[in-house]
Design a protein around this ligand. Sequence first.
Ligand code: SF4
Ligand code: NI
Ligand code: CU1
Length: 709
Amino acid sequence: MGLTDLIYAGANAVAGLTEGAVNDAVAKYGAERKLAFPDTAYFFPAIYAATGVKVQKLGDLAPCVGVLKSLITNKEDLGDALNAGLATAVGAEILEGLKYAPGGNPYENEGGIGFVPDAVIRALGVPLVTGDIPGVAVVLGKADDPADVALVVKDYQNKGILTFLVGEVIDQAAAQGVKMGVDFRVVPLGHDVTAVIHVVTVAVRAALIFGAVQPGDLKGLLEYTKLRVPAFVNAFGALSEVVVAAGAGAIALGFPVVVDSDLGDLQVPGALVSVTDHKETVARSLELRNIKVKHKQMDICMGYASAFEGEIVRKKDVHAEFYSNVNPTCELVVTRGLDELEDHKITIDGPDIDGAAPVELPLATYVEVAGAKMQADFEPVIERKIHHWLNYVEGVMHTGQRNLFRIRVSKDAYAKGLRLKDLAEVIYHEVMQDFDSVVDKCQVTLVTDKAKVEKILEGEAMPRYKARDERLAAMTDESVDTFYTCTLCQSFAPSHCCVITPERLGLCGAVSWLDAKATRELTPTGPSQPIAKENCLDARTGSYEQVNQMVESATHGAVHTVTLYSLLEDPMTSCGCFECISGVMPEANGVVVVNREYGGMTPTGMTFGELASMTGGGVQTPGFMGHGRHFIASKKFISAEGGVQRIVWMPKELKDDIKEKLNKTAKILYNIDNFSDMICDESIASDSDGVMAFLQEKGHPALALSALM
Ligand code: SF4
Ligand code: NI
Ligand code: CU1
């Protein structure tokens, strides 16, 4: 059988299954039965993106089956056969969607997660653009030898590649001790081949969320996934016709497929490739998709990768702990003169973590750097990265920062030989790698002697933290003469540009003005370019001629004018990975602010995901704006519309998190006491009437402000 015959056989089989399943479901539940994947604003994403059709009830599926069948032409042409691959994807989406028809979570006891919610995709934005997640692997099938799966998946994990598992490989990887879950970047989807659609819809929704691809624009969709989603497929074991047809769908999306059987002349160069030696699988796959892995191997006994960042070391597994509630702790980066430092000097001052668990020790992580281009402003930028670097070590957990943190080293890591020297080496190597253009020399000292830690903490760390905080507080948009662009997200949101000011951080929450300044110094031609703060056109909205010019050129003409402080007049654009979104609630004459983690309904009648789908991909939508968590309490937060006193509703967790700063801002700007108490949340009401009653009862200031719209 030729390749096209195999594809058609698989596609026809899936089409038949799909048609039967749809008919059965309609007979059982009726055509009016509501149907949806959980936590998405994109309906059946593949169908929606490819055709514009919004599947919302069972009866909507019959026409989709018709479209699906029309895609399967049974012609010899490979292009036609790839369309049959897309039809297979549509069929898989319908079959998977039908699993959700009875209600509840069909994946509850499946050993996979099934559909991936929108919020997870948005959260992947930053690690994808920074290269912390250099690519996306789909590993499916059943390996002849489970050890081969473990070899390949662990290698991806160590490289930070986000890996989705489909089929028996899930159990095989689990049995081989692969650490799994979204936090470990190894995500089991489901056992049926059709579960592969759950990674396809991640790619498809990336196009809708970040790429501003319009639903129904199939050509635009395929172009986006091919150019901007760095995904590929590894199929293990014998290939069924359905797997081949699904593979054709992947190829149509631009994702190369690597199989471990010898396909001989059925191979398609660059698209369908046989790699029979599993030691070659990873390298060949990355090469096919042109994926470069950022992190060099760290020479320590444990794994070192961003994939371990979310790993939790539980109490029973702790060998050693450094915890500020128990012992004095601090981490500090200080600048020295070049002649004061000896490069790569590592010192452990005090006892190491040897001994019987649990070892509890004080710790001062003391990092000294020197460089001709080093500035004191970069110290906190480097210091904050210590959290990430230590977390990258398998078996090490780091939470908090400055003088308040907790580090745990697992028994496993200790048994394999991890000691304090290794942590110091990690910090040294990462400083020299990530900050190479400003740091020429670096010394790392880990102090565990209690008296010495106390001396550093009180005598040096606390005064320095305080001085920095004062400098940050005094740093306003008025006090600087330069803003910065950030275009990091253009790799998947090509017409988006953030404008970063001291009082407005990037919408992802990960880039402050100081970060942008440091980025500019580190990579002069990189994503952060300076904007001279000149020619103010309107101080109220924060409109500057230079900002407009820079944004226009950075977005290649897609966006002409943005304001810094307005939600309604030329608001700043969003890529899609924003931490929060603000949307107008007209009847309250105010705005609702929702964070990505909040899954419930908001008084606008939309969830976070639905609100989020109103903006993104570099498109301006007056009345909706993505932004960072820490922007909310800023004096510049939608100041053109009256500032923070417009906020009428927030999820409770978000409100509590920013309460202190928010109340301070409201007091200073509007002389309102305890403003956060006037803001409604879901524990009070989430429906319009309930919120309005609460606002009236509290005499919320927004009700008395000039009409918002
Ligand atoms: Fe992306 Fe903006 Fe964050 Fe830069 S600041 S990484 S462009 S969201
Ligand atoms: Ni790094
Ligand atoms: Cu982004």
